[in-house]
Ligand binder design. Structure first.
Ligand code: F0G
Length: 458
């Protein structure tokens, strides 16, 4: 029998001190931030679960890569190491480096989007949607209906609804420049997509003559779930599963801030020569020369090394289990969380935990602020604050009011996570006392980043 305890497959080489704060200090900080956790100085945060993007710890080999980085403007060895590492997993002829995922989205959508076009996806991440819509095109989400029920167990809750995709393509294929599959499905709770489902999408794309693209930010976590959950995949090497996924796609966008294990970076990869030429011309306008994109040579080296480490089984076993451990702990404390727990984050169902706070009084915001004041934990509201305001000026409750606890890679230890569980349980035990908020100032769009709030009187 293998040992039951799954340990962090690394030891600590360099430490970053956390500054302990008192509840009074945190209360003062959050008042100064207008009760918006994005407006906090991060030194005031004890455990920062705002995002898993660019917040992970690099390995000693990645730091060695930073030193090895060669800053030649064109044709640097760092670029060739980066390109080779990408092609080892995603053997596509054209790899175009960008400073992060949304830059790859912007370039691709500028090349293939436009008015009258429509892009189906299991679920668009918000920057992907914004980049589709910024060109005048339409973004359509066709995830399976099971994904919309937070309590329902399903091994591949990120799957595309193939019947709806087929019907959609039968009607609109001529307007579809690409079908996207987001692995894992972040907006749906970090849920994986099965290999069988991606094969099904490929078949439909072939039948209707449209290309298939991956939004591959968390490809390694997705491949690990395939290995764990999909019949016949359990004995396979994750890197081979990734290559199988890559073989099904005509192109991809990627944020190396997630499964690149780096603090910055991304890329766009395509098979089509003519599309690649157009994208490289756009790259030169906004990112840089095609052998560095928006990155320094040292960043390219950090990503090249990160791509080798991210598909290691010991790493992925620890990674997925440590997120699951947080979800299990919260669930045992009676806190409603989205099931099953995804790869990079645990989502608390704030509407279920705070049924006395109506959606337009922002239960997710109330919970997120309470977690910060109680224990210095920074989370992210994903609900009516984020999605409730519409371009016509109206405000409506979002489909769900969630609070995301995103786990940075290789950054926090099990005792940090035990502390998070303890604080969440303490806040949940007095959930009935939490009050809602009202917004006192908000910008015309993307209000969650800068809105200011006031607590409602009890
Ligand atoms: N696609 C997905 C599925 C993402 O989760 C993200 C970023 C992006 C694209 C954009 O990548 O940030 O490098 O420009 N998600 C982060 C998050 C910001 O917190 O979930 P980027």
């Amino acid at each position: 029998m293998p040992p039951r305890t799954i340990i962090e497959p690394f030891r600590i080489h360099s430490v970053e001190p956390l500054r302990m704060t008192s509840e009074a200090e945190r209360r003062e900080a959050v008042i100064g931030a207008g009760y918006n956790l994005f407006s906090l100085r991060s030194e005031a945060v004890l455990i920062d679960l705002l995002t898993d993007s660019g917040t992970g710890a690099m390995s000693s080999e990645q730091w060695a890569g930073i030193q090895r980085g060669d800053e030649a403007y064109a044709g640097s060895p760092s670029w060739y190491r980066f390109e080779a590492a990408v092609k080892t997993l995603f053997p596509m002829p054209h790899v175009i480096p960008t400073h992060q995922g949304r830059a790859a989205e912007k370039i691709l959508m500028t090349a293939i989007g436009g008015p009258g076009r429509v892009v189906p996806n299991n679920t668009h991440f918000d920057t992907t949607r914004a980049n589709v819509e910024a060109t005048g095109a339409e973004a359509v989400d066709l995830v399976i209906p099971e994904a919309l029920d937070p309590a329902l167990e399903h091994p591949f809750k990120g799957n595309m609804d193939l019947a709806r995709l087929d019907a959609f393509l039968a009607e609109r294929a001529r307007d579809v420049p690409a079908v996207f599959v987001t692995i894992t499905n972040n907006s749906g709770g970090g849920q994986p997509v099965s290999l069988e489902n991606i094969r099904g999408v490929r078949k439909l794309c072939d039948a209707h003559g449209v290309p298939l693209f991956l939004d591959a930010c968390r490809f390694a976590e997705n491949a690990w779930f395939i290995r764990e959950r999909e019949p016949g995949q359990g004995a396979r090497d994750v890197a081979d599963i990734v290559r199988d996924i890559a073989a099904l796609a005509d192109g991809m966008t990627m944020s190396a801030k997630k499964d690149g294990l780096a603090n910055i970076g991304g890329w766009l990869a395509v098979r089509d020569d003519e599309l690649a030429a157009r994208c490289r011309n756009l790259l030169i306008l906004t990112e840089g020369f095609p052998t560095y994109g928006g990155l320094a040579g040292r960043d390219l080296d950090a990503i090249a090394q990160g791509l080798q480490e991210v598909v290691e089984h010991d790493y992925l076993r620890y990674r997925v289990r440590s997120t699951g451990y947080l979800g299990d702990g919260l669930r045992q404390a009676g806190i409603p969380v989205m099931r099953p727990v995804g790869g990079h984050a645990v989502y608390i169902d704030a509407r279920a935990l705070l049924p006395h706070v109506p959606p337009l009084e922002y239960p997710g915001q109330a919970l997120a602020v309470a977690l910060f004041v109680a224990g210095g934990i920074r989370s992210c509201e994903i609900g009516t604050v984020m999605f409730g305001r519409h371009p016509d000026g109206s405000e409506r409750p979002a489909a769900l009011d969630l609070v995301r606890l995103a786990v940075p890679r290789r950054t926090y230890t099990q005792s940090h996570i035990d502390y998070v569980i303890e604080i969440c349980a303490e806040v949940a035990s007095r959930a009935g006392d939490l009050r809602g908020y009202r917004i006192v100032a908000e910008p015309p769009a993307l209000r969650h980043f800068t809105a200011r709030f006031e607590p409602l009187a009890s």
